[in-house]
Write a protein that binds this ligand. Structure first.
Ligand code: HT7
Ligand code: ZN
Length: 874
């Protein structure tokens, strides 16, 4: 396989002005007819008319004509990847008929069948599996699509835009024609055909147009759509209020499918969603699922402007739409729920997953320079770090400046395919700022590190902060130039009061760090304690020599909620890593009483809201702790973490029980912030209580399981029964698992939670359990959601068992990756992820992981898997 480089980008030789498609959906195969109107790209110089190379894969070419003349075999070239034609004029029309087999398409790219339904996934390069085309995002065309199918089997036939014609045919089939008046690239094309029901609502836009909103699902899911519809309406309103963006078609549709490689897809006017990201009812979906659905519905809707109306010139620009849209959906969630909690959750995720990616073999800048398979670059770096980069621009130019910049960007580029440079230029032009150094965030990979030191001059009453920045080498980038980093800080006096930092009395300022080392000086009448990187103002690591007392002080006094939580994290990491060292040295273990006292304070703090207490009570994950070690010791990390959890439970048993009892009240379910916080804190309290070797805690979980009227409480009770330390938990857990499976046997997404809950528990979820569950009738070895729940749930969520020194789990994962690669390369190249970090483990595990990777490498691999395997072995 060959790499493609950003530096080689060139415009196409031809544009496609209009695209007319017709699909005859059949049981064996589907006939696709395309009529394309081409025009020579007159900005390029041509000595003679260039050849036209259309890409296409896995299809049978039935016929091809240009301007009405059918071509004979010697008038075109066709192979397994392309169709090459020689145009005779600057403007011409092609007529191409191809046959494809959606029923045999297991890759879930292009047109495929999910259950009984036809559906498409064209981003990034799936359209080439439908018909020969210029399948690249800078070719934008007006699409008209006719879908023909059996009226009984496929009563609903959908595509992008507005329906302009419907007709019954004589042979039991019917046809619907759709027209999308907005130019779009092929990756935004969508088609759906199936036996679907829908719920309907309307939204009146800010200019007074009424838009029809429909969510289509298989009939048995029709009662699970209301939450997503509410989210859609909230998102439409928010985008008008915050960005001034109005929806532009007469109808907006969402379709839920069970077989999908990612979360959802923003096809113009016809979003297609993984059913886990749409379907929710209080009894069958957790609070986390409700929140995720809200965020993803918003994300896909926001793409209508940030992605569809203004799209990407090429796939290296992916973060242009994804980073910006993740930033937009994060702000939406912050406005709808708690801003601080959203920030904490996002940063926690970034640190435990994106930082890991940025330090691994696949590390790349948010605008990559090259790729073999673009699907491999739908990464946490492009999405989450990309959003952090947009957030930094927001913090540099301020809220109003950012709105001016986004208005300019949308106005200037509506209907165009552009670059991240264009986005930054709009922000610069609207605000009169120079972001040239800042743009290094787009081209340099790796997580920058800030080493901070300070000094206080008593005589001059001046406090100085010196910040040194560095960035580790990443593949292909040995050295880095200094970044422009906005560092938000505050200073606390001895009483914990915020100190004014400038003439305006502001207590938080943003320092513009641009040099490798810079010193910032403040007037201060006593030596302050710094609160650094408030709100996580940049995606960097900060080293500062805080004592444990400092951290405890910040935990209760910092006016920045994010940093109160972060100080708690730092303290916990500090204590946990000391325990890891004790375990490795064979020393006796004891938890620092200061940590226990600090948690006692959090549990007693009436000024904190419940959501904040819940976040602070959660210890850093094993994955995050692993990142603190040069050589990861999964066993010591697990043991240390369990030890601290047990100690917290012992030390604060009464308070935890009190919290649990006070919040364990029966009230109607609402997915509202306060209710979610109550359930979360209650279930975290329960998770500590079951750490006690005490039958009463098991009884609490058992009673909660029996009484639960919502999925949050039900699945939390189940997982706490599975994880309970007291031996009475085992039998109760088995009984509860059986009851749960019987009750939810027909709800595929609930069963996925049932799978993952079992395999992520370190005592319960052994490899044998995983193998046993793979044979369960509710499991499907081809379905991405099921594979993610069970296989990724185990390999990424159960570190001690996955990294068992026998190496059998590595072999298991290698077998699964090889099996899946033949069916669904995108899924395979994501499943393999836990093996790619082999260099971080001890010698024995390194050898075992390497052997598994090499065995995979010896197979005949897809481009997707080849790229990941070869980069991780490099
Ligand atoms: N823009 C969408 C990306 C996506 C995707 C990419 C590759 C393979 C399958 C896919 N499904 C969806 C989703 C989004 O970020 O909004
Ligand atoms: Zn997106």
């Amino acid at each position: 396989p060959r790499a493609i480089y950003l530096k080689d980008y060139q415009q196409p030789d031809y544009w496609i002005e209009t695209t007319a498609l017709s699909f005859e959906l059949g049981e064996e195969s589907t006939l696709v007819t395309s009529t394309l109107n081409f025009k020579l790209n007159d900005t390029k110089t041509h000595a003679q008319l260039p050849e036209l190379t259309l890409v296409g894969e896995n299809m049978e070419l039935v016929s091809v004509a240009i301007d009405g003349a059918v071509l004979s075999g010697d008038q075109y070239k066709v192979d397994s990847e392309q169709l090459v034609l020689q145009p005779q004029s600057e403007a011409f029309e092609t007529y191409i008929v191809t046959r494809i087999k959606p029923q045999e398409n297991t890759s879930l790219e292009g047109l495929y069948k999910s259950g009984g339904m036809f559906c498409t996934q064209c981003e990034a390069e799936g359209f080439r599996k439908i018909t020969y085309y210029l399948d690249r995002p800078d070719v934008m065309s007006i699409f008209t699509t006719t879908v023909i199918g059996d009226k009984d089997k496929y009563p609903v036939l959908l595509s992008n835009g507005n329906a302009i014609e419907r007709k019954d045919l004589d042979d039991g089939r019917h046809m619907v024609t759709w027209n999308d008046p907005f130019k779009k690239p092929a990756y935004l094309f969508a088609l759906v055909g199936g036996n679907l029901e829908f719920i309907e609502d309307t939204f009146t836009t800010m200019s007074g147009r009424e838009v029809t909103l429909r969510i289509f699902v298989e009939p048995h899911n029709i009662t699970k759509c209301d939450h997503a519809m509410r989210s859609l309406k909230k998102s439409m309103k928010w985008d008008e209020e915050v960005y001034g963006r109005e929806y532009d078609l007469d109808i907006f549709m969402i379709v839920a499918v069970d077989d999908f490689n990612m979360g959802a897809m923003e096809n113009k006017g016809l979003n297609i969603f993984n059913s886990t990201c749409v379907l929710a009812r209080p009894d069958n979906a957790t609070d986390a699922a409700h929140e995720r659905i809200d965020a993803i519905v918003a994300h896909e809707y926001f793409h209508n402007w940030s992605g569809n109306r203004v799209t990407c010139r090429d796939w290296f620009q992916l973060s242009l739409k994804e980073g910006f849209t993740v930033f937009r959906d994060a702000e939406y969630t912050a406005d709808m729920y708690s801003r601080t909690v959203k920030r904490i959750q996002d940063v926690n995720f970034l640190r435990s997953a994106q930082f890991v990616e940025d330090a691994g073999p696949m590390a790349h800048p948010i605008r990559p320079e090259s790729f073999i398979e673009i699907s491999n670059f739908y990464t946490l770096t492009v999405y989450e770090k990309g959003a952090e980069v947009v957030r930094m621009i927001h913090s540099i130019v301020g809220s109003e400046g950012f709105r001016k910049g986004s208005d300019l960007y949308f106005d200037r580029h509506d209907g165009q395919a552009v670059t991240t440079e264009d986005f930054v230029a709009a922000m610069e032009d609207a605000n009169g700022v120079d972001l040239s150094q800042f743009k290094r965030w787009y081209s340099q990979a790796g997580t920058p590190v800030l080493d901070v030191s300070d000094s206080y001059d008593e005589d001059a009453q001046e406090y100085s902060l010196t910040i040194k920045q560095s960035c580790p080498a990443t593949p292909g980038q040995d050295t880095k130039l200094p970044f422009h980093i906005p560092v938000a800080i505050g200073l606390l006096d001895g009483e914990g009061e915020p100190m004014p930092l400038n003439g305006e009395g502001e207590t938080t300022v943003v320092l513009d760090l641009k040099e490798p080392e810079q010193t910032f000086t403040f007037k201060a009448d006593e030596r302050p304690l710094p609160s650094l990187l408030r709100g996580f103002s940049a995606p960097v690591k900060v080293n500062y020599d805080y004592s444990r007392e400092d951290l405890i002080f910040l935990m209760s006094h910092d006016e920045d909620g994010f940093n109160r939580w972060d100080s708690c994290q730092r303290l916990a990491i500090n204590v946990l890593m000391e325990l890891v060292a004790d375990i490795q040295a064979g020393r006796e273990l004891a938890v620092d009483p200061q940590l226990l006292a600090a948690y006692g304070k959090v549990l007693a703090d009436e000024s904190l809201d419940l959501a904040m207490i819940a976040e602070m009570l959660l210890l850093p994950s094993e994955t995050l702790l692993a990142e603190q070690m040069d050589v990861i010791d999964v066993d010591a990390i697990h043991q240390a973490r369990e030890f601290v959890r047990g100690a917290i439970a012992e030390a604060h048993k009464e308070r935890l029980q009190q919290i649990y009892n006070s919040l364990n009240v029966d009230k109607p379910y609402q997915a509202e912030p306060e209710d979610i916080a109550e359930r979360r804190l209650k279930n975290i309290a329960l998770s500590y209580l079951v750490e006690l070797d005490d039958a009463a805690s098991v009884e609490l979980a058992q009673a909660q399981f029996a009484a639960a009227s919502n999925m949050t409480d039900s699945i939390a009770a189940l997982s706490n029964l599975i994880g309970a330390v007291h031996e009475s938990g085992k039998a109760v857990a088995e009984q509860a698992l059986a009851e749960f499976a019987e009750k939810w046997a027909d709800d595929t997404n609930v069963m996925n939670m049932w799978f993952s809950t079992q395999v992520t528990d370190s005592r319960f979820g052994t490899l044998a359990k995983v193998r046993e569950l793979m044979e369960h009738p509710g499991f499907d070895k081809k379905n991405p959601n099921k594979m993610r729940s069970l296989v990724s749930g185990y390999c990424s969520g159960n570190l001690v068992n996955f990294h068992n020194i026998s190496g059998e789990s590595y072999e298991f994962l290698a077998d699964e990756v090889i099996r899946i690669d033949a069916l669904n390369p995108q899924l395979a190249s994501r499943l393999i992820n836990p093996l790619t970090r082999w260099k971080r483990y001890d010698e024995k595990r390194r050898e075992l992981m390497l052997a598994a990777l090499k065995r995979i490498q010896q197979q005949d691999l897809s481009k997707d898997l080849f790229e990941v395997v070869s980069k991780s072995l490099a």
